[in-house]
Design a protein around this ligand. Structure first.
Ligand code: CP3
Length: 343
């Protein structure tokens, strides 16, 4: 096994950490903006296998990242389950809502999601042929809680208020939605693996707003079930879990979820995470994304700090969250040159 990402995920400490970036195919790259314009809009790009593969490959060609992440979106799964999805320019996603037992029951069965998602699997197949031999292909899905926050509200929300409200007002419908998303996510990720994804990552972007027992019930448990079922279907499949905003609750999560890697946001320091999380296995992260906008000596210093903090164990270098559209592509190169000792 020579791919550096797979070695780190298997628990190996590498002299130079392998690196990729969340949202590495995105609007900060002029070549992404050109291909997106060619596709027409964001969702058309997601469902066009040739162009989705092209934007996935763009940051690999430009920077030589150690992993490529499938270009798609976490909201394609609810769309495949039957909700209406569109993107308002400059604002973000909009969806028809699921807030009642009847609307939950009206979702399509898990077995029907592949009709809608077939182009995504085709993108994975194209990528597994086109990627350089040393580059790992990561598939992904949203975690049930995060996807549910969009389905209940019909859009992104600052505090996930509508999902928290439904959880209190109609617990049965809410847990039913989480359970549906848990089983559908297994089917979706399993199909990505069959098409050629070598690793899968679960994005729980809003896990941090779950308090107390809710964090265990709606962030940890669904991730544990998805991970266990995927590993039983695909023995040896590495799983990365990203419960963003978990804070001190990152400690112990490798074991609680059964994940090979816990991805860290920049709400925890790398020194704290090295002491309290990395003992459980590989960690991914966690340079603050704003350094890709601001660059300079701060970027170099903080990149070195993250590398040094995690040097005692398995580590995949990444940002704490996605790179933003206002980032300077030169700063990404500076980060990579710093990591690889060229600065
Ligand atoms: O990381 C990658 O490069 C892989 C592709 C990927 C996208 N979205 C492409 C995308 C991944 C892994 C995601 C995950 C995703 N999508 C999450 C979880 C991760 C996170 O960032 O917290 C969430 C919450 C979504 C839902 C979503 N998609 C929102 C809220 C938005 C609008 C916000 C924005 O950045 O404009 C999107 C759109 C989106 N997904 C873009 C990209 C590249 C920008 C679309 C464009 O080109 O205009």
């Amino acid at each position: 096994m020579t791919k550096t990402i797979l070695r780190a995920l298997a628990g190996e400490r590498l002299p130079t950490p392998p690196v990729w970036m969340m949202r590495q195919a995105g609007r900060y790259l002029p070549e992404y903006r050109a291909t997106r314009a060619q596709a027409g809009d964001f969702l058309s790009l997601c469902y066009n296998p040739e162009l989705a593969a092209e934007v996935t490959l763009q940051p690999i060609r430009r920077y030589g990242f150690d992993a490529a992440i499938l270009f798609a979106d976490i909201l394609l799964l609810p769309q495949a389950l039957g909700v209406d999805l569109w993107f308002e320019t400059g604002e973000g996603p909009r969806m028809s809502t699921v807030t009642t037992a009847a609307e939950l029951a009206a979702l399509r069965p898990d077995s029907a999601i592949h009709d809608t998602l077939a182009p995504v699997y085709e993108t994975v197949r194209i990528l597994s042929r086109a990627l350089p031999a040393e580059t790992t292909l990561i598939g992904f899905a949203g975690a049930p809680w995060t996807v549910a926050t969009y389905m209940v509200a019909g859009r992104g929300t600052p505090d996930q208020g509508p999902a928290h409200a439904l959880k209190t007002a109609d617990r049965a419908t809410f847990t039913g939605l989480i359970d549906r998303l848990t089983t559908a996510t297994v089917e979706y990720l399993s199909a990505q693996v069959q098409a050629g994804a070598e690793v899968v990552k679960l994005f729980d972007s809003w896990a941090g707003s779950l308090q107390g027992d809710d964090f265990v019930e709606f962030a940890v448990e669904p991730a544990r079930k998805i991970t266990a079922e995927l590993k039983s279907r695909h023995p040896g499949l590495p799983v990365i879990a990203f419960p963003r905003g978990a804070g001190e609750r990152f400690a112990g999560l490798h074991k609680a979820i059964g994940a090979d890697c816990i991805a860290l946001d920049d709400g925890v320091t790398p020194e704290w995470a090295a002491a309290h999380v990395q003992s459980g296995g590989c960690v991914q992260g966690n340079l603050a994304s704003h350094h890709m906008v601001t660059g300079g000596a701060d970027l170099v210093r903080e990149t070195r700090r993250v590398v040094e903090a995690f040097a005692g164990g398995p580590h995949i270098f990444n940002l704490g969250h996605g790179i933003t559209p206002d980032a300077d592509p030169e700063n990404v190169q500076l980060m990579i040159d710093t990591l690889r000792g060229r600065v």
